[in-house]
Design a protein around this ligand. Structure first.
Ligand code: ACM
Ligand code: ZN
Length: 529
Protein backbone atom coordinates (compact mmCIF):
# COMPACT_ATOMS: atom_id res chain seq x y z
CA UNK A 1 0.00 0.00 0.00
CA UNK A 2 1.72 3.17 -1.07
CA UNK A 3 -0.73 5.94 -0.43
CA UNK A 4 -0.59 8.47 2.36
CA UNK A 5 -3.95 9.96 3.25
CA UNK A 6 -4.05 13.72 3.69
CA UNK A 7 -5.19 13.90 7.29
CA UNK A 8 -4.29 17.05 9.25
CA UNK A 9 -3.43 17.02 12.12
CA UNK A 10 -1.47 13.84 11.52
CA UNK A 11 -3.01 10.89 13.39
CA UNK A 12 -1.09 8.63 15.70
CA UNK A 13 -1.43 5.51 13.51
CA UNK A 14 -2.64 4.95 9.96
CA UNK A 15 -2.83 1.52 8.40
CA UNK A 16 -3.86 1.48 4.74
CA UNK A 17 -6.04 -1.46 3.63
CA UNK A 18 -7.09 -2.69 0.18
CA UNK A 19 -10.17 -1.32 -1.54
CA UNK A 20 -12.51 1.63 -1.45
CA UNK A 21 -15.72 2.55 0.29
CA UNK A 22 -18.19 4.51 -1.79
CA UNK A 23 -20.93 6.59 -0.25
CA UNK A 24 -24.16 6.00 -2.20
CA UNK A 25 -27.86 6.83 -2.14
CA UNK A 26 -28.56 3.76 0.00
CA UNK A 27 -25.92 4.53 2.65
CA UNK A 28 -27.27 4.91 6.18
CA UNK A 29 -25.84 6.39 9.35
CA UNK A 30 -26.20 3.83 12.11
CA UNK A 31 -25.72 4.52 15.79
CA UNK A 32 -24.85 1.91 18.38
CA UNK A 33 -26.20 2.47 21.03
CA UNK A 34 -29.11 4.72 19.98
CA UNK A 35 -28.64 8.49 20.08
CA UNK A 36 -24.90 8.68 19.75
CA UNK A 37 -24.31 12.40 19.41
CA UNK A 38 -22.54 13.39 16.19
CA UNK A 39 -24.90 11.44 13.91
CA UNK A 40 -26.75 14.66 13.06
CA UNK A 41 -23.47 16.50 12.69
CA UNK A 42 -22.20 13.85 10.28
CA UNK A 43 -25.39 13.96 8.25
CA UNK A 44 -25.23 17.77 8.28
CA UNK A 45 -21.74 17.58 6.76
CA UNK A 46 -22.50 14.94 4.12
CA UNK A 47 -26.15 15.15 3.04
CA UNK A 48 -26.12 18.50 1.23
CA UNK A 49 -22.97 18.01 -0.85
CA UNK A 50 -23.70 14.37 -1.76
CA UNK A 51 -27.45 14.77 -2.19
CA UNK A 52 -27.93 11.40 -0.41
CA UNK A 53 -30.61 11.13 2.30
CA UNK A 54 -28.32 9.31 4.80
CA UNK A 55 -31.07 8.26 7.19
CA UNK A 56 -30.01 7.87 10.81
CA UNK A 57 -31.07 4.67 12.53
CA UNK A 58 -30.10 2.42 15.40
CA UNK A 59 -28.30 -0.81 14.72
CA UNK A 60 -25.22 -2.94 15.12
CA UNK A 61 -21.70 -2.46 13.91
CA UNK A 62 -20.99 -4.69 10.92
CA UNK A 63 -23.96 -3.52 8.90
CA UNK A 64 -23.08 -3.08 5.27
CA UNK A 65 -23.36 0.16 3.34
CA UNK A 66 -23.48 2.03 6.61
CA UNK A 67 -21.43 4.53 8.51
CA UNK A 68 -21.62 3.19 12.04
CA UNK A 69 -20.99 5.42 15.05
CA UNK A 70 -20.21 3.23 18.02
CA UNK A 71 -19.53 4.18 21.61
CA UNK A 72 -17.10 1.54 22.81
CA UNK A 73 -15.79 1.69 26.37
CA UNK A 74 -12.93 -0.66 25.39
CA UNK A 75 -11.33 2.29 23.62
CA UNK A 76 -10.99 4.22 26.89
CA UNK A 77 -7.26 3.49 26.89
CA UNK A 78 -6.94 6.14 24.15
CA UNK A 79 -8.21 8.81 26.52
CA UNK A 80 -11.41 10.76 26.38
CA UNK A 81 -10.67 12.17 22.92
CA UNK A 82 -9.17 9.10 21.26
CA UNK A 83 -10.92 7.23 18.46
CA UNK A 84 -10.65 4.43 15.93
CA UNK A 85 -11.81 4.82 12.34
CA UNK A 86 -12.16 1.80 10.05
CA UNK A 87 -12.97 2.26 6.41
CA UNK A 88 -13.74 -1.03 4.65
CA UNK A 89 -15.26 -1.65 1.23
CA UNK A 90 -18.65 -2.48 2.78
CA UNK A 91 -18.84 0.21 5.44
CA UNK A 92 -17.25 2.67 7.84
CA UNK A 93 -16.91 2.38 11.61
CA UNK A 94 -16.27 5.35 13.87
CA UNK A 95 -15.62 4.09 17.37
CA UNK A 96 -14.59 5.81 20.58
CA UNK A 97 -15.16 5.62 24.30
CA UNK A 98 -16.71 9.09 24.27
CA UNK A 99 -18.78 11.31 21.97
CA UNK A 100 -15.76 13.64 21.81
CA UNK A 101 -13.69 10.86 20.30
CA UNK A 102 -16.41 10.08 17.77
CA UNK A 103 -16.53 13.78 16.93
CA UNK A 104 -12.85 13.67 15.99
CA UNK A 105 -13.44 10.51 13.92
CA UNK A 106 -16.17 12.39 12.04
CA UNK A 107 -13.69 15.15 11.18
CA UNK A 108 -11.11 12.60 10.01
CA UNK A 109 -13.68 10.93 7.75
CA UNK A 110 -14.62 14.39 6.44
CA UNK A 111 -10.98 14.98 5.45
CA UNK A 112 -10.81 11.62 3.67
CA UNK A 113 -13.73 12.48 1.39
CA UNK A 114 -13.20 14.61 -1.73
CA UNK A 115 -12.70 18.32 -0.90
CA UNK A 116 -16.00 19.13 -2.62
CA UNK A 117 -17.72 17.76 0.48
CA UNK A 118 -17.11 21.24 1.94
CA UNK A 119 -19.69 22.87 -0.30
CA UNK A 120 -23.40 22.30 -0.75
CA UNK A 121 -23.01 22.94 -4.51
CA UNK A 122 -20.16 20.69 -5.57
CA UNK A 123 -21.48 19.97 -9.08
CA UNK A 124 -22.31 16.52 -10.42
CA UNK A 125 -20.32 13.43 -11.17
CA UNK A 126 -18.25 13.31 -8.00
CA UNK A 127 -17.52 9.83 -6.69
CA UNK A 128 -17.79 10.03 -2.91
CA UNK A 129 -15.08 7.46 -2.35
CA UNK A 130 -12.71 6.85 0.53
CA UNK A 131 -9.60 4.66 0.41
CA UNK A 132 -9.84 1.86 2.95
CA UNK A 133 -7.76 2.25 6.08
CA UNK A 134 -7.67 2.01 9.84
CA UNK A 135 -6.83 5.10 11.90
CA UNK A 136 -6.09 5.03 15.60
CA UNK A 137 -5.66 8.41 17.11
CA UNK A 138 -5.57 10.63 20.16
CA UNK A 139 -4.31 14.13 20.94
CA UNK A 140 -1.02 15.13 22.50
CA UNK A 141 -2.49 18.02 24.52
CA UNK A 142 -5.94 18.23 26.07
CA UNK A 143 -5.98 22.05 25.59
CA UNK A 144 -5.79 23.01 21.93
CA UNK A 145 -6.95 26.57 21.88
CA UNK A 146 -7.59 29.47 19.57
CA UNK A 147 -8.35 32.91 21.00
CA UNK A 148 -10.31 35.52 19.09
CA UNK A 149 -10.43 39.12 20.28
CA UNK A 150 -13.78 40.52 19.27
CA UNK A 151 -13.59 43.38 21.75
CA UNK A 152 -11.40 45.39 19.38
CA UNK A 153 -13.31 44.45 16.25
CA UNK A 154 -16.71 42.82 16.27
CA UNK A 155 -17.30 40.18 13.60
CA UNK A 156 -20.61 38.69 14.69
CA UNK A 157 -22.45 35.40 14.88
CA UNK A 158 -21.85 34.03 11.38
CA UNK A 159 -18.12 34.59 11.55
CA UNK A 160 -17.93 32.87 14.92
CA UNK A 161 -20.00 29.88 13.79
CA UNK A 162 -17.68 29.42 10.84
CA UNK A 163 -14.61 29.66 13.06
CA UNK A 164 -16.07 26.97 15.29
CA UNK A 165 -16.63 24.71 12.31
CA UNK A 166 -13.07 25.32 11.11
CA UNK A 167 -11.73 24.62 14.59
CA UNK A 168 -13.60 21.30 14.62
CA UNK A 169 -12.16 20.44 11.20
CA UNK A 170 -8.70 20.97 12.76
CA UNK A 171 -9.56 19.15 16.03
CA UNK A 172 -9.00 22.33 18.04
CA UNK A 173 -11.15 22.13 21.15
CA UNK A 174 -11.02 25.42 23.07
CA UNK A 175 -12.40 28.69 21.73
CA UNK A 176 -11.18 31.45 24.03
CA UNK A 177 -13.42 34.41 23.33
CA UNK A 178 -12.01 37.80 24.36
CA UNK A 179 -15.27 39.69 24.81
CA UNK A 180 -14.39 42.81 26.77
CA UNK A 181 -11.65 45.39 26.53
CA UNK A 182 -11.03 49.13 26.45
CA UNK A 183 -12.53 49.38 22.95
CA UNK A 184 -15.70 47.35 23.43
CA UNK A 185 -17.96 45.21 25.61
CA UNK A 186 -19.65 42.51 23.53
CA UNK A 187 -21.86 40.54 25.88
CA UNK A 188 -25.39 41.46 27.01
CA UNK A 189 -25.62 41.27 30.82
CA UNK A 190 -29.05 41.39 32.46
CA UNK A 191 -29.39 44.24 34.93
CA UNK A 192 -26.50 46.18 33.40
CA UNK A 193 -27.87 47.42 30.05
CA UNK A 194 -25.36 50.22 29.60
CA UNK A 195 -22.54 47.69 29.17
CA UNK A 196 -23.80 47.06 25.65
CA UNK A 197 -25.81 50.25 25.04
CA UNK A 198 -22.74 52.38 25.76
CA UNK A 199 -19.82 49.99 26.11
CA UNK A 200 -20.34 48.16 22.80
CA UNK A 201 -19.76 51.25 20.65
CA UNK A 202 -16.77 53.43 20.00
CA UNK A 203 -16.74 56.68 18.05
CA UNK A 204 -14.02 55.59 15.65
CA UNK A 205 -10.95 53.47 15.13
CA UNK A 206 -7.39 54.71 15.28
CA UNK A 207 -5.49 54.69 12.05
CA UNK A 208 -2.13 53.66 13.44
CA UNK A 209 -0.69 52.40 16.69
CA UNK A 210 1.21 55.64 17.16
CA UNK A 211 -1.40 58.40 16.93
CA UNK A 212 -4.55 59.22 18.84
CA UNK A 213 -6.40 60.19 15.65
CA UNK A 214 -9.38 58.07 14.73
CA UNK A 215 -11.35 57.71 11.54
CA UNK A 216 -14.67 58.99 12.89
CA UNK A 217 -16.52 55.87 11.78
CA UNK A 218 -18.42 54.37 14.74
CA UNK A 219 -17.73 50.70 15.31
CA UNK A 220 -19.38 48.19 17.57
CA UNK A 221 -21.83 45.41 18.20
CA UNK A 222 -22.68 42.86 20.85
CA UNK A 223 -24.20 39.45 21.40
CA UNK A 224 -27.63 38.83 22.85
CA UNK A 225 -28.20 36.01 25.30
CA UNK A 226 -30.03 34.07 22.57
CA UNK A 227 -27.08 34.40 20.21
CA UNK A 228 -24.65 33.29 22.90
CA UNK A 229 -26.81 30.25 23.65
CA UNK A 230 -26.91 29.34 19.97
CA UNK A 231 -23.14 29.73 19.61
CA UNK A 232 -22.45 27.73 22.78
CA UNK A 233 -24.71 24.91 21.54
CA UNK A 234 -23.04 24.97 18.10
CA UNK A 235 -19.65 24.68 19.77
CA UNK A 236 -20.88 21.94 22.09
CA UNK A 237 -22.11 19.83 19.18
CA UNK A 238 -18.54 20.08 17.82
CA UNK A 239 -16.99 19.28 21.22
CA UNK A 240 -15.49 22.74 21.54
CA UNK A 241 -15.42 24.48 24.91
CA UNK A 242 -16.00 28.23 24.76
CA UNK A 243 -13.98 30.05 27.40
CA UNK A 244 -15.26 33.64 27.64
CA UNK A 245 -12.87 36.33 28.84
CA UNK A 246 -14.04 39.27 30.92
CA UNK A 247 -10.86 41.25 31.47
CA UNK A 248 -10.24 42.73 34.92
CA UNK A 249 -9.11 44.91 36.55
CA UNK A 250 -7.56 46.58 33.46
CA UNK A 251 -8.61 46.67 29.82
CA UNK A 252 -11.96 47.78 31.17
CA UNK A 253 -12.46 51.27 29.75
CA UNK A 254 -15.58 50.23 27.79
CA UNK A 255 -17.26 49.04 31.00
CA UNK A 256 -16.13 52.16 32.85
CA UNK A 257 -17.56 54.36 30.07
CA UNK A 258 -20.89 52.67 30.85
CA UNK A 259 -20.52 52.76 34.64
CA UNK A 260 -17.86 55.37 35.57
CA UNK A 261 -18.70 54.99 39.25
CA UNK A 262 -16.79 51.68 39.21
CA UNK A 263 -13.49 53.48 38.55
CA UNK A 264 -11.19 55.09 41.10
CA UNK A 265 -11.69 58.62 39.75
CA UNK A 266 -15.37 58.58 38.77
CA UNK A 267 -14.62 59.38 35.15
CA UNK A 268 -16.15 60.34 32.78
CA UNK A 269 -14.74 57.96 30.16
CA UNK A 270 -15.26 57.17 26.53
CA UNK A 271 -15.00 53.78 24.93
CA UNK A 272 -11.44 53.85 23.63
CA UNK A 273 -10.84 54.68 19.98
CA UNK A 274 -7.15 53.89 20.06
CA UNK A 275 -5.22 50.85 21.16
CA UNK A 276 -2.76 50.34 23.95
CA UNK A 277 -2.68 50.11 27.72
CA UNK A 278 -5.07 52.41 29.61
CA UNK A 279 -4.64 53.68 33.16
CA UNK A 280 -8.20 53.32 34.47
CA UNK A 281 -9.08 50.09 36.25
CA UNK A 282 -12.04 48.83 38.22
CA UNK A 283 -11.65 50.29 41.70
CA UNK A 284 -10.68 47.45 44.02
CA UNK A 285 -11.58 49.49 47.09
CA UNK A 286 -15.34 49.65 46.46
CA UNK A 287 -17.69 46.87 47.56
CA UNK A 288 -20.04 47.95 44.77
CA UNK A 289 -17.39 46.95 42.23
CA UNK A 290 -17.18 43.47 43.72
CA UNK A 291 -20.97 43.19 43.61
CA UNK A 292 -20.94 44.29 39.96
CA UNK A 293 -18.17 41.89 38.94
CA UNK A 294 -19.72 38.92 40.69
CA UNK A 295 -23.09 39.74 39.09
CA UNK A 296 -21.40 39.82 35.68
CA UNK A 297 -19.74 36.46 36.34
CA UNK A 298 -23.06 34.99 37.52
CA UNK A 299 -24.45 35.85 34.10
CA UNK A 300 -21.36 34.44 32.41
CA UNK A 301 -21.76 31.20 34.38
CA UNK A 302 -25.38 31.06 33.30
CA UNK A 303 -24.50 31.48 29.63
CA UNK A 304 -21.33 29.41 29.31
CA UNK A 305 -21.05 25.83 30.59
CA UNK A 306 -17.23 25.89 30.42
CA UNK A 307 -15.45 24.73 33.59
CA UNK A 308 -12.93 27.53 32.92
CA UNK A 309 -13.69 31.24 32.77
CA UNK A 310 -11.01 33.77 31.82
CA UNK A 311 -10.57 36.90 33.92
CA UNK A 312 -7.79 38.50 31.87
CA UNK A 313 -5.62 40.26 34.42
CA UNK A 314 -2.97 41.47 31.97
CA UNK A 315 -1.58 44.97 31.59
CA UNK A 316 -3.16 46.63 34.62
CA UNK A 317 -1.02 49.68 35.51
CA UNK A 318 -1.36 50.58 39.17
CA UNK A 319 -1.17 54.40 39.10
CA UNK A 320 -4.89 54.92 39.80
CA UNK A 321 -4.92 52.42 42.65
CA UNK A 322 -1.85 54.09 44.15
CA UNK A 323 -3.70 57.40 44.40
CA UNK A 324 -7.16 56.10 45.29
CA UNK A 325 -8.19 56.44 48.97
CA UNK A 326 -10.59 53.48 48.70
CA UNK A 327 -7.96 51.19 47.16
CA UNK A 328 -5.34 52.32 49.67
CA UNK A 329 -7.63 51.73 52.62
CA UNK A 330 -8.41 48.23 51.26
CA UNK A 331 -4.68 47.54 51.09
CA UNK A 332 -4.24 48.70 54.70
CA UNK A 333 -7.27 46.80 56.04
CA UNK A 334 -6.15 43.57 54.43
CA UNK A 335 -2.51 44.12 55.30
CA UNK A 336 -1.50 43.70 51.68
CA UNK A 337 2.03 44.34 50.51
CA UNK A 338 1.24 46.49 47.51
CA UNK A 339 -1.09 47.12 44.57
CA UNK A 340 -0.11 43.88 42.87
CA UNK A 341 -1.23 42.01 45.98
CA UNK A 342 -4.50 43.93 45.70
CA UNK A 343 -4.94 42.59 42.16
CA UNK A 344 -4.29 39.06 43.41
CA UNK A 345 -6.84 39.63 46.19
CA UNK A 346 -9.47 40.85 43.69
CA UNK A 347 -8.72 37.91 41.40
CA UNK A 348 -9.06 35.52 44.32
CA UNK A 349 -12.45 36.99 45.23
CA UNK A 350 -13.73 36.13 41.77
CA UNK A 351 -12.11 32.68 41.91
CA UNK A 352 -13.67 31.99 45.31
CA UNK A 353 -17.08 33.18 44.09
CA UNK A 354 -16.93 30.75 41.16
CA UNK A 355 -15.36 27.74 42.89
CA UNK A 356 -18.50 26.39 44.63
CA UNK A 357 -20.16 26.07 41.20
CA UNK A 358 -17.21 24.05 39.95
CA UNK A 359 -15.77 26.81 37.81
CA UNK A 360 -12.10 27.74 37.70
CA UNK A 361 -10.54 30.95 36.55
CA UNK A 362 -7.77 31.45 34.04
CA UNK A 363 -5.68 34.60 33.92
CA UNK A 364 -2.75 35.89 31.90
CA UNK A 365 0.52 35.33 33.72
CA UNK A 366 0.53 38.83 35.22
CA UNK A 367 -1.96 37.53 37.84
CA UNK A 368 0.68 35.23 39.27
CA UNK A 369 1.40 36.06 42.88
CA UNK A 370 2.33 34.33 46.07
CA UNK A 371 -1.23 34.06 47.38
CA UNK A 372 -3.03 33.37 44.12
CA UNK A 373 -5.99 30.96 44.44
CA UNK A 374 -4.56 27.43 44.00
CA UNK A 375 -7.08 26.46 41.31
CA UNK A 376 -6.38 29.47 39.10
CA UNK A 377 -4.85 28.47 35.79
CA UNK A 378 -2.13 30.65 34.26
CA UNK A 379 -1.98 31.50 30.59
CA UNK A 380 1.64 32.36 29.86
CA UNK A 381 2.34 34.92 27.16
CA UNK A 382 5.37 36.99 28.15
CA UNK A 383 7.78 37.66 31.00
CA UNK A 384 9.45 35.68 33.74
CA UNK A 385 9.32 31.96 33.05
CA UNK A 386 11.32 30.89 36.08
CA UNK A 387 8.72 32.03 38.59
CA UNK A 388 6.02 30.32 36.53
CA UNK A 389 8.09 27.14 36.28
CA UNK A 390 8.38 27.08 40.07
CA UNK A 391 4.62 27.54 40.40
CA UNK A 392 3.94 24.75 37.89
CA UNK A 393 6.38 22.51 39.72
CA UNK A 394 4.36 23.16 42.87
CA UNK A 395 1.14 22.09 41.13
CA UNK A 396 -0.08 25.15 39.23
CA UNK A 397 -1.61 24.44 35.80
CA UNK A 398 -0.62 26.47 32.77
CA UNK A 399 -1.59 27.08 29.17
CA UNK A 400 1.24 28.19 26.94
CA UNK A 401 0.85 31.10 24.49
CA UNK A 402 4.39 32.41 24.13
CA UNK A 403 4.21 35.86 22.52
CA UNK A 404 6.62 35.43 19.60
CA UNK A 405 5.59 31.86 18.83
CA UNK A 406 1.81 31.88 19.05
CA UNK A 407 0.34 35.35 18.44
CA UNK A 408 -1.56 35.13 15.17
CA UNK A 409 -1.88 38.92 14.97
CA UNK A 410 1.84 39.08 14.18
CA UNK A 411 2.65 39.46 10.54
CA UNK A 412 3.68 36.37 8.69
CA UNK A 413 7.36 37.33 8.44
CA UNK A 414 7.61 37.65 12.18
CA UNK A 415 5.72 34.45 12.80
CA UNK A 416 5.91 32.26 9.72
CA UNK A 417 3.95 29.07 9.28
CA UNK A 418 6.94 26.93 10.22
CA UNK A 419 7.33 28.81 13.52
CA UNK A 420 3.74 28.06 14.46
CA UNK A 421 4.30 24.45 13.43
CA UNK A 422 7.46 24.00 15.45
CA UNK A 423 6.12 25.57 18.63
CA UNK A 424 6.98 23.42 21.62
CA UNK A 425 5.59 24.66 24.91
CA UNK A 426 8.24 24.52 27.57
CA UNK A 427 9.28 26.10 30.83
CA UNK A 428 12.79 26.10 32.23
CA UNK A 429 13.60 22.88 34.01
CA UNK A 430 10.25 21.24 33.34
CA UNK A 431 9.49 18.26 31.18
CA UNK A 432 6.37 19.19 29.18
CA UNK A 433 5.05 15.66 29.60
CA UNK A 434 5.05 15.70 33.39
CA UNK A 435 4.51 19.39 33.96
CA UNK A 436 1.14 20.97 34.53
CA UNK A 437 1.13 22.17 30.94
CA UNK A 438 -2.48 21.68 29.88
CA UNK A 439 -1.67 22.61 26.34
CA UNK A 440 -1.24 25.43 23.90
CA UNK A 441 -3.30 28.32 22.68
CA UNK A 442 -2.83 30.69 19.77
CA UNK A 443 -4.37 34.15 20.25
CA UNK A 444 -5.53 36.47 17.49
CA UNK A 445 -5.70 39.98 18.91
CA UNK A 446 -8.04 42.20 16.97
CA UNK A 447 -6.71 45.74 16.98
CA UNK A 448 -6.12 45.65 13.26
CA UNK A 449 -8.40 42.79 12.32
CA UNK A 450 -11.09 45.04 10.92
CA UNK A 451 -12.72 42.56 8.55
CA UNK A 452 -13.52 38.92 8.23
CA UNK A 453 -11.12 38.71 5.29
CA UNK A 454 -8.36 40.06 7.51
CA UNK A 455 -9.27 37.58 10.23
CA UNK A 456 -8.95 34.68 7.81
CA UNK A 457 -5.68 36.04 6.39
CA UNK A 458 -4.16 36.22 9.88
CA UNK A 459 -5.52 32.88 11.05
CA UNK A 460 -4.85 30.71 7.99
CA UNK A 461 -2.90 28.73 7.11
CA UNK A 462 -1.20 29.16 10.51
CA UNK A 463 -4.13 27.60 12.34
CA UNK A 464 -3.54 24.42 10.30
CA UNK A 465 0.00 24.31 11.70
CA UNK A 466 -1.27 25.09 15.19
CA UNK A 467 -3.62 22.12 14.95
CA UNK A 468 -0.75 19.75 14.35
CA UNK A 469 1.50 21.38 16.97
CA UNK A 470 -1.27 20.78 19.50
CA UNK A 471 -2.39 17.31 18.42
CA UNK A 472 0.51 15.34 17.00
CA UNK A 473 3.29 13.89 19.17
CA UNK A 474 6.57 15.74 18.95
CA UNK A 475 8.45 12.85 17.35
CA UNK A 476 5.88 12.57 14.55
CA UNK A 477 5.91 16.26 13.62
CA UNK A 478 7.49 16.73 10.20
CA UNK A 479 7.25 20.11 8.50
CA UNK A 480 7.77 18.98 4.87
CA UNK A 481 5.12 16.29 5.29
CA UNK A 482 2.81 18.86 6.90
CA UNK A 483 3.29 21.09 3.85
CA UNK A 484 2.34 18.18 1.59
CA UNK A 485 -0.89 17.62 3.53
CA UNK A 486 -1.60 21.34 3.77
CA UNK A 487 -2.25 21.73 0.04
CA UNK A 488 -5.39 19.55 -0.01
CA UNK A 489 -6.57 21.18 3.21
CA UNK A 490 -6.27 24.60 1.59
CA UNK A 491 -8.42 23.26 -1.24
CA UNK A 492 -11.03 22.49 1.38
CA UNK A 493 -10.79 26.03 2.77
CA UNK A 494 -11.28 27.25 -0.79
CA UNK A 495 -14.53 25.29 -1.11
CA UNK A 496 -15.63 26.67 2.26
CA UNK A 497 -15.00 30.20 0.99
CA UNK A 498 -12.34 30.79 3.65
CA UNK A 499 -9.39 33.00 2.74
CA UNK A 500 -5.79 32.41 3.79
CA UNK A 501 -2.40 33.98 3.36
CA UNK A 502 -0.72 32.72 0.19
CA UNK A 503 2.02 30.23 1.03
CA UNK A 504 4.85 32.52 -0.11
CA UNK A 505 3.61 35.08 2.43
CA UNK A 506 2.82 32.53 5.14
CA UNK A 507 6.37 31.15 4.82
CA UNK A 508 8.40 34.02 3.41
CA UNK A 509 12.01 33.63 2.27
CA UNK A 510 14.47 33.38 5.14
CA UNK A 511 15.91 36.87 4.61
CA UNK A 512 12.45 38.34 5.13
CA UNK A 513 11.96 36.25 8.25
CA UNK A 514 15.31 37.53 9.48
CA UNK A 515 14.24 41.14 9.02
CA UNK A 516 10.72 40.43 10.20
CA UNK A 517 11.39 41.09 13.89
CA UNK A 518 12.65 44.56 13.07
CA UNK A 519 9.24 45.53 11.73
CA UNK A 520 6.30 46.50 13.92
CA UNK A 521 3.94 43.51 13.91
CA UNK A 522 0.92 45.61 12.98
CA UNK A 523 -0.72 47.31 11.31
CA UNK A 524 -0.10 45.80 7.93
CA UNK A 525 -1.13 47.80 4.93
CA UNK A 526 -1.60 44.88 2.63
CA UNK A 527 -5.14 43.82 1.90
CA UNK A 528 -6.18 40.36 2.85
CA UNK A 529 -7.33 38.94 -0.46
C1 ACM B 1 -1.84 40.06 26.16
O1 ACM B 1 -1.34 39.86 25.05
N1 ACM B 1 -2.03 41.29 26.59
C2 ACM B 1 -2.23 38.98 27.02
ZN1 ZN C 1 -9.83 52.64 43.72
Amino acid sequence: MDFLPDILPLPDKIEPCPGMFELASGTAIVTDPPNVPNAELLRGLLAAPTGFPLPIRTGEAGESNAIVLRLDPRLAARGDEGYRLEVRPDGVLLAAATPRGIGHAVQTLRQLLPAEVETSHPGTGIAWRVRCLIVEDQPRFSWRGFMLDEARHFHGREAVLQILDLMALHKLNVFHWHLTDDQGWRLAIRGWPRLTEVGAWRAGTSKTMLTAQHNGIPHGGSYTRAEISEIVAYAGARHITIVPEIDLPGHSTAALAAYPEFSCTGGPFEVATRFGIFPDLYCAGQDGVLAFLTAVFDEVVDLFPSPFLHIGGDEAPKSRWKHCPACQSRIRELGLKDEHALQVWLTNRIAAHLAPGGRRIIGWNQILGIDLHPDAVIQYWVGDQKELARAVHAGRQVIMSTFLDTYLDHNHSLMPLSRAYRYEPSLPGLDPAEAGILGVEFPLWGEFVHSRARLEYQAFPRLCAVAEAAWTPRDKKNYPDFRRRLEPLLKRLGWLGVGYAPLDEAEPPKWRQFFGPLTIPFPQTKTAR
